[in-house]
Write a protein that binds this ligand. Structure first.
Ligand SMILES: [Zn+2]
Length: 456
């Protein structure tokens, strides 16, 4: 289970402190050390934190400079002394991969090769402003050798030219540290506003509302004075918040009733009695039986390109025009036409499940639309790079593709008997945190003393 830790941030400070010290001439080092040792401070860490906020540093501040320099040099991937065969570009609103390739004269042909490598991942279809693209060119030919998409400190994808000239991808995922926080409040006005007021994001609020959709009408049944408690975790990698979060536990305390949801190790939410809150999924995205023409296979050789590329879904051979059904309740997050994946749809089901449907002929939903389990979302096709009419179907759990035919999908059941003890312990721990957030802080401080647990 995830530990409660804030050590990442402290480690970052320590790391930066070290970097700052290494980069300095001894004189500045001495002055900096003297300034950091402000009177009354308990140790190097708090003093350092104060120095960074600028409060305890005296005016004139030549001593503050090295610290800031160190921060800039470690956090910004775009270093100023970048060689000219490396280009780093921060994606802006309205950019397309095509416009970026044009801008740097990288060639549309090369872009298609990169898009081809991205087909199993489809990471390049959503270019978020602020994400970074780094291009490494061959110094002589100025041809693209490598492109990196930096999504956040815990997730980047590298597309690399292989021996045969085509590109492959490597996804680099760093789990980092998940830091817990308790966000609690009284409901005044709507739940939405009250939740936003205590610091929950729009997406987190939507996930919570969705969790209780079947048992609680937030518009009618919530009254002023009802209370809520949320345990949220945020991901930190090397001291940087990645923007990723998850809801670990929620309690809504109404006068008459308690509504609760706890995230368990299988990725599903259960109430405090261990009953599932997930609405059931269906296994197959269509009615009737169709032959599996290609199974889920993390090391498949691609039938068209011959490259080894993961097959992150399952293919069902079916005639063009066969109705495709959403396997669960959810919201359509993507409707795209990809040169290789063809017309495709992505659906988000609560916080932890995503499904994708590729090579479609006709799409019957739009982005942002809510769909129900079993709802007809498209007609199957043969678009994109495809060897024949089929539906390619993917299921992702907590951001990773899994075999849709074997995955343990939510069946709206209770926590299994042999997991019951572990679940009860988890509920007790989360409730303890909700009721005594002040103890949580003490635990964090303790945990922060332990070693570096960041793993790759
Ligand atoms: Zn496929």
């Amino acid at each position: 289970m995830n530990a409660i830790r804030t050590s990442a941030r402290r480690q970052k400070w320590k790391k930066r402190q070290r970097l700052a010290l290494w980069g300095l001439v001894p004189l500045v080092l001495l002055v900096a050390l003297l300034a950091l040792r402000s009177p009354g401070s308990q140790g190097p860490e708090p003093a350092f934190a104060e120095a960074s906020s600028g409060k305890s540093v005296k005016k004139g501040t030549p001593t503050e400079l090295p610290v800031i320099l160190a921060e800039d040099s470690t956090s910004a991937p775009a270093a100023p002394e970048e060689p000219d065969h490396v280009i780093t570009y921060a994606i802006a609103q309205g950019d397309t991969l095509s416009s970026i390739f044009d801008r740097f004269n990288l060639g549309q042909q090369i872009m298609y090769q990169v898009l081809s490598a991205d087909e199993p991942l489809l990471a390049l279809d959503i270019l978020r402003p602020g994400n970074l693209l780094t291009f490494r060119l061959n110094e002589d030919s100025r041809c693209l050798e490598e492109m990196e998409l930096f999504i956040h400190a815990g997730n980047r994808v590298v597309y690399r030219r292989g021996d045969n000239g085509s590109f492959d991808y490597e996804e680099i995922v760093i789990p980092g540290d998940w830091e817990q926080q308790v966000l609690a409040g009284e409901i005044n006005g709507s739940f939405y506003l009250s939740a936003r007021n205590v610091g929950l994001s729009e997406r987190e609020t939507a996930i919570i509302t969705d969790l209780f959709k079947d048992q609680l009408n937030f518009a009618r049944e919530i009254r002023a004075g009802d209370r809520f408690q949320v345990v949220r975790s945020q991901q930190w990698v090397e001291g940087e918040f990645t923007g990723q979060s998850r809801i670990e536990g929620v309690r809504i305390l109404r006068r008459s009733r308690l509504h609760s949801a706890f995230l368990f190790e299988d990725g599903n939410y259960y109430d405090h009695k261990g009953e599932s809150l997930a609405r059931a999924f269906r296994r197959y995205p269509m009615n009737g039986n169709y032959r599996v023409s290609s199974a889920f296979n993390p090391a498949r050789r691609h039938p068209v390109t011959g490259r080894v590329a993961p097959h992150n879904g399952v293919d069902f051979a079916m005639p063009i025009g066969t109705p495709v059904l959403s396997t669960g309740d959810g919201v359509v997050t993507r409707v795209h036409n990809h040169p290789f994946a063809g017309k495709y749809i992505e659906i988000q089901h609560g916080g932890n499940y995503v499904t994708r449907y590729l090579h479609l002929d006709r799409i019957l939903v739009r982005r942002g639309q809510s769909v129900a389990r079993g709802e007809r979302i498209a007609l199957s096709g043969n678009t994109g790079r495809s060897t024949g009419p089929h539906l390619h179907f993917e299921l992702h759990v907590k951001g990773r593709p899994v075999d849709p035919l074997r995955a343990n999908i939510p069946m709206a059941a209770a926590v299994p008997q042999d997991k019951r003890r572990a679940f009860d312990q988890r509920v007790a721990a989360l409730v303890q945190v909700m009721e005594h957030p002040e103890q949580q802080i003490a635990m964090r401080a303790e945990a922060a003393g332990s070693g570096d647990k960041t793993e790759m």
